[in-house]
Design a protein around this ligand. Structure first.
Ligand SMILES: Cc1ncc(COP(=O)(O)O)c(C=O)c1O
Length: 383
C-alpha cells in the first residue's frame, strides 16, 4: 500500500489520547441489548407503515431518482413531501436535500459569502460549522445559548456586511434547547438573516412533531429552518423550509442541491408515512419526552451530571476521555449499548456518554440503565 508516512503518526497519536473512533456494529433489533446510540427517537425506522410507505414509493418509482432535481430527477413524490414539510412547519415552501448535513452546507453557502458575517453558536453541529467555513464569510462564534454575546458581536460587524445568525433548537450532544425567541429577536434587531437547525427537534417537539420553531412561536420568523428526515422520522434526507422566493433562490445557488442526485423514492415514501404517524397518533414525542425526563431525574438523583439536557438527548458528563471510554465499555458489557463522545465532537475536557432515549425504551429499561450507570460510576470513582 502506498499510504503516506504521516498516517501512522496521526493514528497512533489519536489512539494514545483516547480519541480514536471505532465503527461499532449496531445491535440487532431482535437482541436484548438496549441501544442508546441511535437517533430513531420515535422508533419509526421499523414501523410497518413506514416500511410500507417506502416499498410503495420504491415500486412506483424505482430504487434511485436517477438524476439531480434540476435534471430528470424531480419526481412528484419529492414535491408532495416538500409541501407536507412546509405545512408542518408553517412556512410557504420547502426544499429537500440529500441529508441534513448537505442541507446545511447548501443553504449556508447560498446565504453567505466573502465579506459577509456568519454568527454561530459555539456548540453548533459540524455541518453548520463546515457550512460557515465553506461560505468564505468571516465566522463569529457566540457563547453557547447566549443572546447577549450574540448582540455584542453584532454591534462589532460593519454595517455593510450581510449577517447570518445560526443555531440549533435542540443541541445534538448536550440535549439542551436554545432560547429561540430571544435569539430571533436579537437577530432581527441586528438586521441579520436567521437559520435554525431543528434536526433533533423535528418529530419530537411541537404539534404533530413540527419542532420548537413552529407557527406563532415568534414574530421574528427565521429565514430558513433546517430539518432532517433521518432521525425521529426514521427515513433519510434533509430539508429546508423557507419562503417561495428563497426556495427559488436556493434551487439556483445551493450547490449541494443542484449538483447531487435527488433523494431516493423509498426515503421519500418512508418520510411521508412517518409524518402521517406523527399527525395521526397522539403526540408520540410527548411520551418520549416524559420518559427522558424521568430517566434524567433518576441519573441526577444519583449524583450524575446531565448538563443542561432538556430533551430526549441525555448526556452524562465525565470530562476525561478515558473515563468516558471506561463507562461506555462497562455498560456495553451489561448489554447497554452506548458510546463515549469525545473531542472534536465536543469541546476538550467535556467527554461524555450520550444517552439517546427512544420509544423503544420502556420506563423499566431506563430505570435499569440509570441504576447500572450510577453503580459503575460509583465503583470507578466517577461520582
Ligand atoms: C444539528 C444537526 N444538524 C444536522 C445534522 C445532519 O443531519 P443528517 O444526519 O440528516 O445528515 C445532524 C446530525 O447529526 C445534527 O445533529
Amino acid at each position: 500500500m502506498n499510504d503516506p508516512a504521516w498516517l501512522d503518526a496521526r493514528l497512533n497519536d489519536w489512539r494514545r489520547r483516547g480519541l480514536e473512533r471505532e465503527l461499532w456494529t449496531a445491535p440487532p433489533s431482535s437482541s436484548d441489548i438496549l441501544n442508546f446510540a441511535d437517533n430513531d427517537y420515535l422508533d419509526l425506522s421499523r414501523h410497518p407503515d413506514v416500511i410500507a410507505g417506502a416499498i410503495t414509493a420504491l415500486q412506483n418509482n424505482g430504487t434511485g431518482a436517477r438524476a439531480s432535481r434540476v435534471m430528470a430527477g424531480n419526481l412528484p413524490c419529492h414535491r408532495t413531501l416538500e409541501r407536507r414539510l412546509a405545512d408542518l412547519k408553517g412556512y410557504p415552501d420547502a426544499l429537500l436535500f440529500g441529508s441534513g448535513f448537505l442541507a446545511n452546507l447548501g443553504v449556508m453557502t447560498a446565504l453567505a459569502g466573502r465579506g459577509d458575517a456568519v454568527l454561530i453558536d459555539r456548540l453548533a453541529h459540524a455541518s453548520l460549522i463546515d457550512g460557515a467555513r465553506l461560505s468564505g464569510a468571516r465566522i463569529w462564534r457566540f457563547k453557547h445559548n447566549d443572546p447577549d454575546h450574540l448582540h455584542a458581536l453584532l454591534q462589532q460587524i460593519p454595517e455593510t456586511a450581510r449577517r447570518l445568525v445560526v443555531t440549533e433548537s435542540v443541541f445534538s450532544m448536550d440535549g439542551d434547547r436554545a432560547p429561540l425567541r430571544t435569539i430571533a429577536q436579537v437577530a432581527a434587531n441586528g438586521n441579520a438573516l436567521l437559520l435554525f437547525d431543528e434536526a433533533h427537534a423535528t418529530g419530537v417537539f411541537g404539534e404533530a412533531g413540527a419542532g420548537l420553531m413552529h407557527p406563532g412561536e415568534t414574530e421574528d420568523q427565521p429565514t430558513v429552518v433546517i430539518g432532517t428526515l433521518s432521525k425521529a422520522l426514521g427515513a433519510y434526507g434533509g430539508f429546508a423550509v423557507c419562503s417561495d422566493k428563497m426556495r427559488t433562490y436556493l434551487i439556483q445557488r445551493a450547490r449541494s442541491f443542484t449538483y447531487s442526485t435527488a433523494l431516493p423514492p423509498a426515503a421519500v415514501g418512508a418520510a411521508l408515512a412517518a409524518l402521517d404517524i406523527c399527525r395521526r397518533e397522539p403526540q408520540p414525542g410527548r411520551e418520549l419526552l416524559r420518559r427522558a425526563a424521568r430517566f434524567r431525574k433518576h441519573l441526577q438523583a444519583g449524583g450524575a451530571n446531565t448538563g443542561a439536557s432538556a430533551s430526549q438527548i441525555v448526556p452524562v458528563m465525565l470530562g476525561d476521555n478515558t473515563h468516558a471510554l471506561q463507562l461506555a465499555d462497562a455498560l456495553r458489557r451489561h448489554n447497554i449499548f452506548c458510546l463515549a463522545i469525545r473531542p472534536p465532537t465536543v469541546p476538550a475536557g467535556s467527554a461524555r456518554i450520550r444517552f439517546s432515549v427512544t420509544l423503544r425504551h420502556q420506563d423499566a429499561d431506563l430505570d435499569r440503565t440509570a441504576d447500572r450507570t450510577l453503580d459503575i460510576m460509583r465503583r470507578h470513582g466517577l461520582l
